[in-house]
Design a protein around this ligand. Structure first.
Ligand SMILES: O=C[C@H](O)COP(=O)(O)O
Length: 250
């Protein structure tokens, strides 16, 4: 897959093969496997990743979160290898436990090296949190440089707190989100934006030219722990496709 989609790509987070099939009724660019019960970047069981990979056409990448990761490099590296072995083309790690840039770099290098050794075609995505200050994590604007140094392919900006009123645009300024996207581009990484994004956020974020926009809560009936609805997937998909062509061909 190309690291740089021509338009913003649509990433839909699912919890099961049934939800993946529901999402695939609509145009989706990446199927993301996540377990919301285990956190913002909660990891699914390996068999869930394999089942989902089994129903997703080969042309569509599958990404998998491996957790809001403590600062445990061995645990992180092994989880990443497990996710790739289970079928993930992209492995997303949440930089939760790393409290300094050195710790984040160590964590990312351990994971990147393990993937390179066992699954060299799998892409590493460093997950930064816009609200990292609530748990003493590192500033999200520091993550692109660290991710690039470690050999990651991309960087995700997400939110840790998924409660009401904590979506990405309520936590970070448009300027800071734009700086994150630009930093990713400058470091040769793809950028992904997420964080309880809503339909109305799409036209605000697309002009920043992120490579991916990721959604879970907005695709579900009853929030991110609810059930994915193809009707909601279609709403977001159409909006991304329409707005992308409007903002990219002007
Ligand atoms: O990677 C994207 C996330 O799954 C976004 O989840 P959320 O929209 O519930 O914050």
């Amino acid at each position: 897959m190309s690291s740089y989609p021509k338009r913003a790509a649509f990433l839909a987070s699912v919890v099961s093969k049934e939800e993946a099939a529901e999402a695939l009724k609509v145009q989706v660019d990446v199927i993301d496997v996540k377990n919301p019960a285990e956190g913002a970047l909660g990891a699914a069981l390996p068999e869930t990743i394999t089942e989902i990979r089994g129903v997703v056409p080969k042309a569509i990448p599958v990404s998998a979160a491996i957790g809001d990761m403590p600062y445990l490099s061995g645990t992180a590296a092994l989880a990443a290898v497990g996710a790739a072995c289970a079928g993930a083309d992209m492995v997303k790690i949440g930089l939760y436990g790393a409290k300094t840039s050195d710790e984040a770099l160590n964590l990312l290098c351990s994971v990147a090296n393990a993937l390179k050794m066992y699954f060299p075609t799998s892409l590493l995505v460093a997950g930064a949190y816009a609200d990292a200050q609530i748990f003493g994590g590192i500033n999200f604007l520091d993550v692109p440089a660290l991710a690039a140094k470690a050999g990651a392919a991309g960087c995700l900006l997400d939110t840790f707190d998924k409660s009401f009123g904590h979506n990405l645009l309520e936590i970070a300024s448009m300027e800071a989100i734009g700086d994150f996207v630009s930093a990713c581009r400058e470091w040769g990484l793809f950028s992904a934006l997420a964080g309880s994004l809503k339909l109305e956020d799409v036209p605000l974020l697309l002009p920043l030219r992120p490579d991916y926009l990721g959604f879970r809560g907005a695709l579900c009936e009853g929030g991110r722990s609810g059930k994915l609805s193809s009707r909601k997937v279609l709403e977001i998909s159409s909006l991304i496709a329409g707005e992308s062509s409007a903002c990219c061909h002007s």
